[in-house]
Every structure is written in structure tokens, then in C-alpha cells.
Design a protein around this ligand. Structure first.
Ligand code: T68
Length: 836
């Protein structure tokens, strides 16, 4: 920042007093005590766990911000191309543990805290999760930020600073109850930038006028202004000083003259109302995953965040004084799903209306800058906005959308001259009642690359929802980048003992920055001693989860039982209903067994977790059924340890860190063709659990990597789904007889008032079984028997787990970031500045 620069003669003093990062236990403790005494204003010995958490975080935060400053300075100085990842969700989880591990000082902090009278685990768990996301899409963005920083890519994330993240889930009498997640009461990980603000305009109207050069230009005027204030969150890389920035925007009343006048005139109420209305924009995260409900406030959120982010990016670019033609050489913007698609329109608006560029020149810049990631093929999740709503909220943007569509359709018409239906099908404007803007189409037209998130998914979008666009643009515009996860959080942090064991066998910690090093593990897959250590760690992780289950549900589970886990958002397509029907089937079989045979059965704990969208009635019924089944089975003395059913309340990132290391088998059982990728499948395998799954999403690539012997696949294939659905509706539809038996028991009241579960059963029996629960039931049950049999041979089971882990190198989010960087963004890593 040249404007506020200290002249050379005074710089010596600044250098002398420059803040130095603490490097050892003594330095760490000094910082903690200093923060307790001064920042927290407490007297010396007055420190509880909350305060110790606060002071520890502030000590690490100071370190991060020091590295952050240097990184930003270096990036500005080198002025290379940067990546901007626009995501309406960043599901970050906790920051302290991650910061300590990434800067390599967790052991130092542990010793220091012990010296000061605290256990590090008690301190880490004081932190609220940053839960600014729904599920996979938001967590993917968080993993990508970790990888970008760890690989030294110059990259920023842009998002919204919701005052309330995803709701907290309580289970009361077996039902989900939503409680607001106010997470900001103390958040040391953000820096408010009250000097970085952008005024965002809404409503108003457009006037055409002639400028000095005699050209007709559009002027968007009137309406209301809301202010965006930046909050910066430092993102530390692992084992590198690179510390990138996540900039989250918060909304605030603009506080212009208008409000001030109202206030002075004594109209306090309406002045306060204006303020509240402005603040509502960033108040709350919409809690739907894979569903779009088209609410006006959601569209306001999207434009608010997109406009603030683009203003920021353009301001940074303009400082470099480069010609506009170089914008795409300096800036790559990734659209995380269609939520930020208005950015395409906003950049075009800035270039033509404000910077005075010609349409074609501007459009070339826009399309070279943006790329778009699709995360779903489910029709109910594809974003569409009523034309009238956009007209009202963003009148100039609607005009630009119409123009984009006009030029696009002209282009299509040239290639497909007599195909009226093609024009209707691909039009960005759906000619429905009311007319709708199809955001995915707008994102495709406005981008140079479009990617899916697993091979099957990327193939599906090319052959189904975006088929026509492949015809129009050719196949090269469409590509695949299979999702990945960060091994730092999902192995090193969540499963420290396994990480240590792997490090001991794989030549140190190199696998944490190049996960393909896991391959070195394979040679130990049959090693008796190694298997024993491996099994001990898994057992310890199961004990840890069993304790958590005991304290949160009161149910005692046996850590020697097979732990079968399904944790993810509750959704019909993810088929938790298939799982619980299977559990009931197992229960009925156990009940019918003679004692002798029962004694030979393998004990199992079925663990579920996940939130239902508050408006998703069927998903809530599924939660209720799981809990009802649990309370019957868990209290059945005949069954004892043979079967337990647990629903873990409030599944989130920090709980996933306890859950993923504790599975023997985890379930990824979506109807084939519905789960774009899935990422928890990767987390579970990386932590030494096997999976049972359908041929869907990334399960297919996991199979390719780990080998068919080390995964349990079942069910119909995606290419057969359409025909099966057709047959259900138009042919005769018979329900699997074992499943019928399960239904009969539910209807007979065995698991509580049957009335509550009628709709779930009817969905299968009477309403066409859209998710193929009955079609896949038999195959599911048989495959679960194979799991039981395989688990009996523990030596072989552990060998399979070791082999699977050793072959998981591909699923690092580091690999994803390299792929995006090379094939989509054209950006390169930037070596951090050498430390003085
Ligand atoms: C998930 N999508 C996919 N969406 O379901 C999952 N949707 O298969 C994939 O692995 C993951 O994305 C990462 O690619 C979501 O999580 C949402 O959460 C969402 C949120 C708002 C609106 C629509």
C-alpha cells in the first residue's frame, strides 16, 4: 500500500520493533499470559478453559496474521494471476487445531498449555464450528482453501459472513428440532475491515442516455443502497508460510444522509427498520442442500456477495494499471455451483456500463475469466429465478441477461438453422408461466470451462442436463475434476495416531503433502505386527466414539462390535430409509433365530447422523423412524449387544473428525446416478474403514483405485435407473418380499405409531419408488451379509483396510487444485517470500 508508506529514514525503527512469531514453548506461554492479562483484561490467575481457548487462539492468530501480511505483500508485489473461489458456503469447522498443526506447533502448544494447567483437548473443544455451509459443497470449498494455501497458490475465497450458520440439531422425542447457531459471540479468527466497504445497489430503474461520445449508454439509478463490510479470515497452509485470505462480506445499512435525516426528524423506528432490513441480507444461511426454493432474500444474498466480491477484484486489478484485455491473465474466477452466476452479468455490466468497453470485447473478457462447477443433476436443485423478480431487484442485470441470451441464441441458430426446438431448449430464458432465468445455462454460456465433480457425474451432465450445450460448444468445454479431501484435517488432525503410524512406515510426513506416498504402506498389508498396531488404533478410535455415544445418547455400545456408519445430510436420494429398513430386517431375523444360532451372530452398531432441511418433511420422518427403531432395539433384552441403533445429534465438521476414524464400514448408498460425487466416502476409507456403496459418484473411482476386493458394491446401475422407474409407473410393480415383511412390522406398530411412517412406505409401494429402494433391497441385504462374513476374519479385514488406505493417494484435494490450476485456471504456485 504505497499511499500509507513510512519513509525510509523512519523504517529502521519499524524494522527493529517488527513483531516476531513465537517459536518455542516459552514464547507461546508468554503470548497466552499476555493475552489473558491484556486482551481479555483478566487478572493473572483468573483463567478458565474458555479464556485459555481465547488466549491460545489469539496467540496463534497473531502468528497467522503476520504470515498473512507477508503473503499478501508478496502476492501483490509479484502480481501474478490469482484465483478467486466464489462460494456461498464455506464449511470450515474449527480453526485452532488446524492452525496449530499447519504451523507445526501443536506439540509446543500442548506442552505450554499443560505447564499453564490445561489439557489441550479441553481447550480445542471450546471452539464453535464455523458452520457456514450445508454439506459436501461447503466442505469441498473449505478443503480447497486448505490445499490452495498448502500448495502456495495465490488464491482468495469470497463468501458471506452469516450471523447464523447451519442450525444446530436437537433430537427431542425422536424428532429433529432446529436451534439457531449463533456462532459469533467470540470469533478470534476474523478481522473486520471497516475500511474495506462496498455500496451495493438494489431495485431502482434504468435510463438510456447518450454519452459524450454520442453512444447510447444505460444508467442504473435510484433504489436502495446496502453496505458490504469485509471480514478477513486467514487460511494457513500446511508446512508453508503461505497464508491466504477468505473474505466474507457482512451487510450493513449504508447510513447515508437519508437515514440520518430520518433519525434527526425523530423517525427512529423507520431508521432502525432500514438498518435491520439491510442486516438481514447476511443474517442466515439457507439450510437446504440439493434444493432451491427461489426466495427473494436468497437472490439478494447472491447479488450482494457477488457484487461486493467483483468490486474488490476489479479494484485490485485496476491498481495494476494494466489494459482490460489482460484481466483474464490476472484473474480466474471459479463459480462454486450456480449460486454466484450473477457475477457473470455483473462483470459484463461493469465493463460496458462503467468502463465503457464494447459488448463483444467485454464478453470475451468475461467468458475467459469465469468457469463453473456443477454439483448436482437433481432437477429440484437446479437454480431458476422468475424474470419478474430479477426485473424488480436488478433491472439492469435483467436487460444484460436478455442480451446475453439474444447473442447466444443467434450463435446457436447459425449452427442449427432449422432447429426451433433446440433454441427453446437451450434458451437461458425458460418460456414458462412465469418466465424463468435458468442459472446453470447462464453459467455455461458465461464460462470457458464447466466441470462435474466425479467421472460418472461429469459424463452424466454431458449426456443429460447439458447435452445440447455439448453439441453447441463441443466436448472440450466440459471436463471432470473428481473431488478430493484435505489429508491434513481428515487424517492428520482427525486421526493423529494413524497419521503417526503411517509416517513411521512411509518415510515421514511427506504423505501429508503428497498423498500418493501412501502407496508405500501396501508392503505392510500382511505384516502381522503392523496389522496389530493398525487394529489397535482403530479400536481406540471406536472407544473414543463409544464414549461420545454414551455421553450424548446414554446408550452403551460395545467397541468390539462392527461399527456401521452413515453420516450425511438426510435426503431420500441418499437413502437412509434403505439403511434403516435393512436394520429392521436384521432385527427381525435375529428375533426369529434360535438361541444357538443367535449366539454365533456378529454384533453390530448402526450409527446414523445428519440434518434434515427444516422444510423437508419426509427427511424428518426418516429421522423419526431411525430413532423409533433405536428405542425399540436398544431396549430389547433378547438382542443385547447384537444390534444397537444410534442417531448422533447435530452432525457437523468437528463431530465428523471423531466419527470418520471410528468406522469399520460406512454407507454411501445413493440411488445410482444421483450423488454427484460424495466426499465422506473418501474420508472414511482414508481413515481405514471399508465402504458399502452403490455404483455412484466417486464410489466408482474409489473402486478403481482400491480394487473390487476392498469395497462392497451393490445395487442397480445408473444406466438402468430410468427403465426401472418407467416400469414402476407403467408396468406392474412388485415389492421385494423381505422389504414387505419390514413394512408389515412397521405398520403393525412395532416401532411406534405406524401412522407417522405411512408416507415413507407409500413412497415405495404406491408412488413409484422413485429412489429404487425395493429394487436394491435384496442386493443390499446380501451385501451386508458379505460384510459380516468378511469381518469375521479380522486379519484379512485389516489387510484389506491397509491396502485400501495405501491406494487412496488420488483423493487428496491437493490433486484437485493442481488439476483446476492446470486445466481451468492457468495459474501457478508462488513461492513464499524468504523469511529474513
Ligand atoms: C454436494 N452438493 C453433492 N449441495 O451432493 C455431493 N445445494 O455429491 C458432492 O460431493 C458435493 O456437493 C461436493 O461436490 C451439495 O452439498 C448443497 O449443499 C447445496 C446448497 C445449496 C443449494 C443447493
Amino acid at each position: 500500500n504505497v499511499e500509507a508508506s513510512i519513509p525510509e529514514p523512519q523504517r529502521e525503527a519499524w524494522r527493529k520493533h517488527q513483531v516476531k512469531n513465537f517459536e518455542d514453548q516459552d514464547g507461546f506461554e508468554r503470548e497466552v499470559v499476555r493475552h489473558v492479562e491484556t486482551t481479555l483484561a483478566r487478572s493473572l490467575f483468573n483463567c478458565d478453559e474458555k479464556a485459555a481457548y481465547a488466549a491460545t487462539s489469539l496467540a496463534f492468530r497473531d502468528r497467522l496474521i503476520n504470515d498473512w501480511n507477508k503473503t499478501q505483500q508478496q502476492q501483490t508485489y509479484r502480481d501474478n494471476k490469482r484465483v478467486y473461489y466464489l462460494s456461498l458456503e464455506f464449511l470450515m469447522g474449527r480453526a485452532l487445531d488446524n492452525a496449530m498443526l499447519n504451523v507445526g506447533l501443536k506439540d509446543t502448544a500442548k506442552a505450554g498449555l499443560a505447564d499453564l494447567g490445561f489439557r489441550i483437548e479441553d481447550i480445542i473443544t471450546q471452539e464453535n464450528d464455523a458452520a457456514l455451509g450445508n454439506g459436501g459443497l461447503g466442505r469441498l470449498a473449505a478443503c480447497f482453501l486448505d490445499s490452495l494455501a498448502s500448495l502456495n497458490y495465490p488464491a482468495w475465497g469470497y463468501g458471506l459472513r452469516y450471523r447464523y450458520g447451519i442450525f444446530k440439531q436437537e433430537i427431542i422425542d425422536g424428532y429433529q428440532v432446529e436451534v439457531p447457531d449463533y456462532w459469533l459471540d467470540f470469533n478470534p479468527w476474523e478481522f473486520p475491515r471497516h475500511d474495506v466497504t462496498v455500496n451495493i445497489q438494489f431495485f431502482g430503474n434504468v435510463r438510456k442516455t447518450t454519452n459524450d461520445a454520442g453512444k447510447t449508454v444505460a444508467v442504473w439509478e435510484g433504489g436502495e443502497i446496502v453496505q458490504a463490510v469485509a471480514y478477513d479470515v486467514p487460511i494457513p497452509g500446511y508446512d508453508t508460510p503461505t497464508t491466504n485470505n477468505l473474505r466474507l462480506w457482512s451487510s450493513k445499512a449504508s447510513g447515508g444522509e437519508f437515514d440520518f435525516q430520518k433519525f434527526n426528524n425523530g423517525d427512529y423506528e423507520s431508521s432502525v427498520a432500514d438498518q435491520q432490513r439491510a442486516e438481514t441480507i447476511s443474517a442466515v444461511l439457507y439450510p437446504n442442500d440439493n434444493l432451491e426454493r427461489g426466495k427473494e432474500l436468497r437472490l439478494k444474498q447472491q447479488y450482494f456477495w457477488v457484487a461486493a466480491s467483483l468490486h474488490d477484484i476489479v479494484r485490485r486489478f485496476k491498481k495494476s494499471k494494466r489494459p482490460w484485455s489482460e484481466f483474464p491473465d490476472q484473474v480466474a474466477i471459479q463459480l462454486n455451483d450456480t449460486h454466484p452466476t450473477l457475477a457473470v452479468v455483473e462483470l459484463q455490466r461493469i465493463l460496458i456500463d462503467i468502463e465503457g468497453l464494447e459488448w463483444d470485447v467485454a464478453w470475451q473478457i468475461v467468458t475467459s475469466t469465469f468457469s463453473y462447477t456443477n454439483h448436482t443433476v437433481l432437477p429440484e436443485a437446479l437454480e431458476k429465478w422468475p424474470v419478474g423478480l430479477i426485473q424488480h431487484l436488478l433491472p439492469r442485470h435483467l436487460q444484460i441477461i436478455f442480451d446475453i441470451n439474444l447473442y447466444f441464441l443467434q450463435l446457436v441458430e447459425k449452427s442449427f438453422p432449422d432447429d426451433r426446438d433446440m433454441l427453446r431448449r437451450v434458451s437461458i430464458i425458460e418460456e414458462s408461466q412465469p418466465k424463468m432465468v435458468r442459472m446453470a445455462y447462464l453459467a455455461i454460456v458465461g464460462s470457458h470451462k464447466v466441470n462435474g465433480v466425479a467421472e460418472l457425474h461429469s459424463d452424466l451432465i454431458k449426456t443429460t442436463i447439458f447435452k445440447d450445450f455439448v453439441q453447441i460448444y463441443g466436448p472440450d468445454k466440459f471436463t471432470n475434476v473428481t473431488n478430493g479431501i484435505t489429508p491434513r484435517r481428515w487424517l492428520h488432525q482427525a486421526n493423529p495416531r494413524l497419521s503417526e503410524l503411517i509416517a513411521a512406515k512411509c518415510g515421514g510426513k511427506a504423505f501429508l503433502t503428497d498423498l500418493t506416498n501412501l502407496a508405500k504402506l501396501e508392503q505392510f498389508a500382511e505384516d502381522k505386527e503392523f496389522r496389530k498396531e493398525w487394529a489397535e488404533i482403530k479400536y481406540a478410535n471406536k472407544v473414543r466414539l463409544a464414549k461420545h455415544i454414551k455421553t450424548t445418547t446414554g446408550v452403551t455400545v460395545n467397541p468390539s462390535a462392527l461399527f456401521d456408519i452413515q453420516v450425511k445430510r438426510i435426503h431420500e436420494y441418499k437413502r437412509q430409509q434403505l439403511n434403516i429398513f435393512g436394520v429392521i430386517h436384521r432385527y427381525l431375523a435375529l428375533k426369529a433365530m434360535p438361541l444357538e444360532e443367535k449366539k454365533k451372530q456378529l454384533p453390530r452398531v448402526s450409527i446414523f447422523g445428519g440434518k434434515a432441511a427444516p422444510g423437508y418433511w419426509m427427511a424428518k420422518q426418516i429421522i423419526h423412524l431411525i430413532n423409533s427403531v433405536g428405542s425399540v432395539i436398544n431396549n430389547d433384552a433378547d438382542i443385547g449387544d447384537l444390534l444397537k441403533v444410534i442417531f448422533l445429534e447435530d452432525y457437523n465438521v468437528s463431530k465428523a473428525e471423531i466419527i470418520c476414524p471410528a468406522s469399520d464400514i460406512s454407507e454411501h448408498i445413493s440411488t445410482a446416478g444421483t450423488e454427484a460425487s460424495g466426499t465422506s466416502n473418501m474420508k472414511f476409507v482414508l481413515n481405514g474403514g471399508l465402504i458399502i456403496g452403490t455404483c455412484d459418484g466417486a464410489n466408482i473411482e474409489i473402486t478403481r483405485e482400491v480394487g473390487e476386493d476392498n469395497i462392497f458394491l451393490f445395487g442397480n446401475l445408473s444406466e438402468d435407473v430410468e427403465d426401472l422407474r418407467h416400469a414402476h409407473t407403467y408396468g406392474s410393480h412388485t415389492i421385494d418380499s423381505d422389504l414387505e415383511q419390514v413394512f408389515k412390522e412397521i405398520e403393525g406398530g412395532r416401532f411406534g405409531t405406524p401412522h407417522d411412517f405411512g408416507a415413507m412406505i407409500a413412497a415405495v409401494r404406491e408412488h413409484g419408488d422413485y429412489y429404487l429402494v425395493s429394487d436394491d433391497f435384496h442386493s443390499y441385504i446380501e451385501t451386508q451379509h458379505l460384510v459380516d462374513e468378511a469381518y469375521r476374519n479380522q486379519d484379512e479385514w485389516v489387510t484389506r483396510c491397509i491396502k485400501a488406505v495405501s491406494r487412496m493417494g488420488f483423493f487428496s484435494s491437493d490433486r484437485c487444485m493442481h488439476e483446476y490450476a492446470e486445466s481451468i485456471w492457468n495459474v501457478e504456485p508462488l513461492a513464499p517470500a524468504p523469511s529474513e
